[in-house]
Design a protein around this ligand. Sequence first.
Ligand code: SF4
Length: 287
Amino acid sequence: MELVVNFSGGKDSSTLLAYLCERYPHLKKHVVFADTGWEHPDAAEWNRALVAQIAPGARLNIVRNPHKDFFAMVRQRGKFPSPQFRQCTSDLKRGPIQTWIRRNVADPVVINCLGLRAEESPARARRPKLARDRTLTNSKRTVWNWLPIHDWSETQVRDYLAARNIPLHPVYRYLNRFSCRVCIFMSRADLAAVRANDPEAFQRIADLEREIGFTLQNGHALGGLGGHRAHPQLTELQRELGFALQVVLQTQCFQSGLYARQIAEEWRLLVLMEEKCQSPAPISSEF
Ligand code: SF4
């Protein structure tokens, strides 16, 4: 019997790995990290260090979909995945890990361990703690999907890690998950936190929305969260325009009207120039 540990470097998979190492020290473990191509820049490095700390001697296996990453997938479909159609999970995470298991684990009994918890969502709460994997099981091998920390609370997870001095990635200072830099499950508050703390990631998704004409969240463009950082001159002009319009309304003065119109035109021109300058950032080849 061999264990495959699905590892993302987040709090739940760190807990999962530590728990399995403590509870089943003699079982062989394969630690696998699926890189979607939209991970935090230090994810691989962070995960390697974490595995070395939690499971000394274990190797971190990094798997990817050889045909596409997150951005290629969105461009191909012309839209983002959604909670109902999570193509990102099936094509960029589950699929590559299944392929890796088929090619690398020969034992007749494989336990595929995931750090999913019931508390996270109603869909996860409905998942059985142990179930035979129908896709991977064949006449030579039985694969089980097991959720060892399914009934753990977030407090238990955090306490468990703290008691063992297992660190949390710095992203937890502003988000509750260490996942894709911008995830389809993020709330508006999460997205605002990404915009403030990881503006490059925010801008890349805002640019992608504009490119494909489809929004990450139903009908709410990231631009609506203020994806563009306003040029200081624009902010100043906006203030001036507001003041000029007030004067026009109060005095009905023709000259003030002309002045307000002039500012408005200048403001529109600057907005256009800003948009032209904010072309999509190139996708790093390391993804
Ligand atoms: S972290 Fe979010 S965006 Fe990334 S694969 Fe998972 S569900 Fe999709």
